[in-house]
Design a protein around this ligand. Structure first.
Ligand code: ATP
Length: 287
């Protein structure tokens, strides 16, 4: 497996704090995967993101991009910020310009893209993110879902190789959560962007991610494909994160002698399909 970014033994303590926010974290982000970062409030997810985009520098340990250690010079960081896009949990922290169009274009002008290229990319982003009608609207007049969409558009316009999403579905209703996930899927399919999403939603992580990281009290406890991580029921229950409902149901069904042939479902629809198929086949067999 190829790793896009690696953290080696990274520790970080905020000034004035007694305990480290990151405690000897060693973690590798697989290139081209959708990764989820799970952990309780305060376990260090946002601090980890701020290390990945170079805003924070480890007290000890290293962060590497494509095998090369981050160097933190001004020019290096400018290049790094083009490669690593961070979408904050609260869009208010991210949106700075007065209109939607100005906000989406902001990062491009700082990235030294020519005016012609910037104009073309902004138009494409407005269309892609369904924001054409909002282009001249003041950002502070928009709904939270729209603001989240604009924050994502403003990051994706820089075409990052790694997209960091800090609880992107927080405060969204089920419809807007679904729309956001659809948008992420389009980005993933079309651009192959490596993604790392911090979330408290264990069911969402199970359905969405190819790779899961579990953090607890500043440390990385577990990582791997969802079927590996969630099979560690002992660890997941001990730290109080629990098991995704779909995984739990599947484990129960798969352990029964007559449903043992079920494949691990990724979605509820997938489980429903498999059960229906199983029932039809068995009805036929039984005459
Ligand atoms: N600016 C800061 N100054 C001092 N301590 C901080 C600061 N930011 C975070 N911390 C502390 O560092 C630890 C990790 O915080 P962090 O925000 O990284 O957690 P998190 O997992 O992102 O939490 P949440 O899920 O609530 O967003 C917490 O104990 C927090 O109180």
């Amino acid at each position: 497996m190829a790793w896009l970014v690696e953290m080696e033994e990274v520790s970080y303590t905020y000034p004035g704090s007694a305990d480290p926010a990151l405690d000897r974290v060693t973690l590798r982000i697989p290139r081209g995967k959708r990764c989820a970062l799970l952990g309780h409030n305060g376990c260090g997810k946002s601090t980890l993101f701020l290390h990945l985009n170079g805003i924070y520098r480890p007290d000890c340990g290293r962060v590497k991009w494509g095998g090369e250690v981050y160097t933190y010079g001004r020019a290096y960081l400018a290049e790094l910020r083009k490669k690593v896009g961070l979408v904050f949990q609260d869009p208010e922290q991210q949106l700075i310009a007065s209109t939607v169009m100005e906000d989406i274009s902001y990062g491009l002008y700082n990235a030294g893209v020519s005016n012609a290229e910037a104009a073309q990319r902004v138009e494409a982003a407005l269309i892609r993110f369904g924001l054409e009608e909002l282009r001249e609207r003041p950002v502070h007049h928009l709904s939270l879902g729209q603001k989240k969409q604009i924050a994502l558009a403003g990051v994706m316009i820089l075409r990052p190789e790694l997209l960091l999403l800090d609880e992107p579905t927080a405060y969204l209703d089920p419809l807007h959560t679904k729309l956001l996930l659809k948008e992420l899927e389009t980005i993933y399919q079309e651009e192959g962007t490596t993604m790392l999403m911090a979330t408290h939603d264990i069911d969402l992580a199970y359905e969405w991610a190819d790779w899961i990281f579990i953090m607890h009290k500043g440390r990385l406890l577990l990582e791997g494909p969802p079927e590996y991580v969630f099979a560690r029921r002992d660890v997941m229950e001990e730290i109080g994160l629990g098991i995704p409902l779909l995984f739990d149901v599947w484990e129960a069904l798969a352990s029964s002698s007559f449903l043992g042939s079920l494949k691990r479902p990724h979605t509820v629809a997938d489980l429903r399909y498999q059960l229906k198929k199983y029932l039809v086949e068995n009805k036929r067999k039984m005459g």
